[in-house]
Design a protein around this ligand. Structure first.
Ligand code: NAD
Length: 358
């Protein structure tokens, strides 16, 4: 039975990936999820897998070398899928250091521990071992012109402390591949959306605020463009890269779904109005009048757009979920998980929110 070590599995994409993997492989695999449970980590996301005999949760920080070494010593890990990171650009602008610690130093610890566990005395690596580093399209910087795309060969030009820390971690992974022939892949994906996303990020923020009749903050002129991918499609892509990708390669993952932030907000409002029952009291709250333009994010990148041509040509992966369908599924999930939203928006979230949008 193959053993996966997933880092950051209690977060948004990590938990969706774990669900995807158990749905696909059921009892054929074992997953160990290591997560520090920061504000973004939530074991509620994994309630329906926690009883599985082939699932183990370890609360640890990826910067804690001893804790990570122990996992590798006590288990024969075949695959690492490394999600754990500080992931929110706005937080990185306010507090960059933790991004360097977790995203750069934490990745160094993960690489070192995997290398130590997998290396043969002659410097080669044990058969079948693979490390996948999950990264972002933000490392490529900002596109100014229509028709331009990020390719795997696009030079890195990160602007925010978040993207700079992710770019650094990517470089570190590349250096391990180049120096030691360490068996790894890097994936750079566009913005994800779907169930279990923490409401500091645009889509769940807008859904939650709209349902409560609260302002819908939009940065600057609202015309910054992002490419959006349904999270389950990302989970599938990660699995396909590890199964069928060429080792040492980078693969860009994207949704072919570029939208301005303001368009995303308008689609959410329209979809909410369509999905809420006639007599649902929240229906009267949801309105375009809630849209509130706020001061632009510092250094706000204008446009990101991924060309997922390589992953399609080499591995046969393509985005499957159209945005209109994905956003309905996402909204339906938030309708069904009001308690989840209540829990994550109590306490510290309120403090963060009030500071951000005062
Ligand atoms: P998230 O913030 O929802 O989850 C991050 C998880 O990592 C949380 O469970 C948190 O507790 C854990 N974590 C944070 N610091 C840790 C530490 N020091 N030790 C152990 N665990 C720690 O993030 P996400 O949106 O699920 O993103 C996951 C990964 O995917 C990140 O590496 C991110 O850069 C990348 N990514 C995200 C997106 C996106 O749109 N969300 C797009 C492309 C790539």
């Amino acid at each position: 039975m193959r053993t996966y070590l997933v880092t950051g599995g209690a977060g948004f994409i990590g938990s969706n990936y774990i669900h995807y993997m158990f749905r696909k492989y059921d009892n054929e695999i074992r997953i160990i999820n290591v997560d520090a449970l920061t504000y973004a980590g939530n074991l509620e996301n994994l309630k329906d897998v926690e009883e599985r005999e082939n699932y183990t949760f370890v609360k640890a920080n990826i910067c804690d070398k001893e804790a990570i070494e122990k996992i590798f010593t006590e288990n024969d890990i075949d695959r690492v899928v490394h999600f754990a990171a500080e992931s929110h650009v706005d937080r990185s602008i306010r507090n960059p250091e933790i991004f360097v610690q977790t995203n750069v130093l934490g990745t160094a610890v993960m690489l070192n521990c995997a290398k130590a566990a997998w290396e043969n005395p002659d410097g080669s690596f044990k058969e079948g071992k693979k490390f996948l580093h999950v990264s972002t399209d933000e490392v490529y910087g900002s596109l100014e012109n229509e028709g331009e795309y990020f390719y795997e060969t696009t030079p890195y030009a990160p602007h925010s402390p978040y993207s700079a820390s992710k770019a650094s971690s990517d470089m570190l992974v590349k250096s391990y591949m180049d120096t030691y022939h360490f068996p790894a892949n890097i994936t750079n994906c566009s913005n994800n959306y779907g169930p279990y996303q923490f409401p500091e990020k645009l889509i769940p923020l807008i859904i939650n605020n709209a349902l409560h009749g609260k302002n819908l903050p939009v940065y600057g002129d609202g015309k910054n463009v992002r490419d959006w991918l349904y999270v389950e499609d990302h989970a599938k892509a990660i699995d396909m890269v590890q199964e069928n990708g060429r080792l040492f390669e980078t693969y860009n993952i994207g949704g072919h779904n570029e939208k301005q932030n303001i368009q995303i907000i308008e689609i959410i409002i329209d979809t909410l109005q369509e999905m809420l029952a006639e007599d649902d009291p929240r229906r009267t709250l949801v309105s375009r009048d809630l849209i509130t333009y706020v001061e632009d994010r510092k250094g706000h990148d204008r446009r990101y757009a991924i060309a997922p041509d390589k992953i399609k040509a080499e591995i046969g992966w393509e985005p499957e979920t159209m945005f209109a369908e994905g956003i309905k599924k996402t909204i339906a999930w938030y309708f069904e998980h009001e308690d989840w939203m209540k829990n994550v928006t109590s306490g510290d979230y309120q403090k963060y929110y009030n500071e951000m949008y005062k």
